[in-house]
Design a protein around this ligand. Structure first.
Ligand SMILES: [Zn+2]
Length: 485
């Protein structure tokens, strides 16, 4: 039996010994929905029992949050930390983690990173501050690598602050970076702009001829982070798909890039090893299941259908489907949580790195979102915003086309109006309506995506898929390909 299978045996025992489902049932997230299905929770045993309970979606979390007190939702008396996710529907999800939850997640991450890092490494983290979960990661990194007896040095900045931190970074150069791919690439541009300025200022202050020459030299050629951070070796990237950015980041930063998978709602992360072929999902405190494409299709044709899911230890190589996670968190365990990420099983046998857990690749989304990398906007919200009452026209059909401009996602919105009395004014109204959605606004204002233009056409032909469904969001092939810079 492989180590991974042994782990899943332990998980199964843990489900029963801790009466995990019975405990979770007390939370308002699960109570009503499970009750409706007439499940006898006392009889549910092991994985067979787990399969009896319904899946949980982000929408279920939202509904429970809106209708219940915190006390009805959580299973512990106290909480350690409240994290947020900027949900694609616009309303924030607040996720409670206890101190133990926080500790367990931190230890696992430190173990994984120390497979690659050494105690002499200096790690630059560019992550969103609290209440985003990433905001605690720099501290957790020091604490937990320290607990392992190998503390690493951490240079932590939020994306807004990294420019101000430049002076430090030039003097104390990092050897590894943790962040999101698109922000790391954007920083490459900022390095090109800031470095000559800072070197010049320092040259004047220190009256150094060497620095003055260096400042002058950086003006002459395009400067990349790899010219400045010469000791940079590794990068760990999460929050969006690494693949389109991988080569550009490796080229500009002169590092080896690793993909990381994590989400705020629960345990159950993945990481890429030296093989760079899919991410391992060892998940010491979570159970991975996959709903196959076939089952997803059945569900799409019959919303009442309860799709079957395959346990990670039984998933065959090549299987594609949707990732489902059940975790052992204390305050708010996720039971059969559908993350809405589509995955492919890359391997399920021993890896050259020594790890034998399943390897998955994230291949897309299974819900209707406009995927702009770190920002995901719900197509349902888009629809509502575009179908408001406007003075200068009315939307009949719309389509969003996502492509890429340099490393940024670019949105082109095409609208077929029912009528319009002034196209230019109508376009303005449409944009203002989208801009009123806070997630759109933040992404737009911070330059996380490019809003190309609104095209008004007399006839919009939707791409049709499945059993005659219209595709509202289309992607240019270049969105998935490597970015060129
Ligand atoms: Zn491996």
């Amino acid at each position: 039996m492989s180590e991974f299978e042994k782990l899943y045996q332990k998980h199964e025992k843990r489900l029963d010994d801790s009466q995990h489902l019975l405990r979770a049932y007390k939370s308002a997230i699960y109570h009503e929905r499970w009750k409706k299905r007439n499940i006898n929770l006392n009889e549910l045993k092991g994985y067979k029992g787990l399969k009896e309970v319904p899946f949980t979606s982000a929408n279920d979390l939202r509904i429970a949050w809106e209708n219940h007190s915190v006390e009805d939702l959580i299973l512990t008396e106290t909480v350690g930390f409240w994290y947020t996710t900027s949900g694609s529907m616009g309303n924030k999800k607040w996720i409670p983690w206890t101190y133990n939850d926080y500790k367990l997640a931190g230890v696992s991450t430190a173990h994984i990173l120390m497979n690659t890092l050494t105690p002499t490494d200096r790690v630059l983290t560019i992550v969103l501050p609290p209440p985003f979960i990433s905001g605690s990661s720099p501290f957790k990194l020091l604490e937990n690598t320290g607990n392992l007896g190998t503390p690493v040095e951490v240079l932590a900045f939020s994306p807004e602050y990294v420019q101000d931190g430049f002076g430090l970074l030039l003097k104390r150069t990092p050897t590894a970076i943790i962040g999101t791919p698109s922000i790391t690439l954007r920083m490459a541009d900022e390095v090109a702009i800031n470095t000559p300025k800072i070197l010049k200022a320092r040259a004047e202050m220190e009256k150094s001829m060497k620095l003055r020459v260096a400042a002058f030299a950086t003006k002459l050629k395009k400067i990349y982070p790899k010219h400045i951070f010469k000791d940079m070796k590794y990068g760990f990237f999460g929050g969006e798909s690494l693949d389109p950015f991988r080569k550009a980041i490796e080229d500009k930063w002169g590092l080896e890039a690793f993909d990381i998978y994590a989400f705020t709602e629960g345990f159950g992360g993945g990481y890429e090893c030296k093989e760079h072929n899919g991410m391992h999902f060892p998940c010491h405190h979570a159970i991975v299941e996959i709903i196959s494409d076939k089952e997803l299709e059945k569900e799409e044709n019959d919303p009442e259908y309860h799709p079957d899911a395959i346990l990670a230890t039984e998933a065959e190589k090549g299987l594609t489907g949707e990732l489902v996670l059940t975790d052992f968190k204390e305050a708010m365990p996720m039971i059969r949580y559908r993350v809405r990420d589509a995955v492919k099983v890359i391997a399920n046998e021993d890896c050259a790195c020594g790890e034998d857990s399943i390897r998955l690749k994230i291949i897309g989304r299974t819900d209707s979102v406009i995927n702009l990398g770190i920002i995901r906007l719900s197509a349902i919200i888009f629809d509502q915003l575009l179908r408001k009452e406007f003075k200068n026209g009315k939307v009949k059909l719309w389509e969003v086309f996502v492509s890429r401009e340099k490393y940024k996602p670019k949105i082109t919105l095409t609208v077929e109006p029912e009528f319009t009395n002034n196209e230019e004014e109508f376009k303005k109204e449409l944009f203002e309506s989208l801009y009123g959605f806070d997630l759109f606004q933040r992404g737009y204002d911070n330059g996380l995506f490019v809003f190309d233009e609104i095209k008004i056409v007399s006839e919009l032909k939707h791409e049709v898929y499945g059993q005659g469904k219209s595709r509202l969001v289309r992607y240019h092939q270049n969105f998935f390909e490597e970015v060129k810079m």
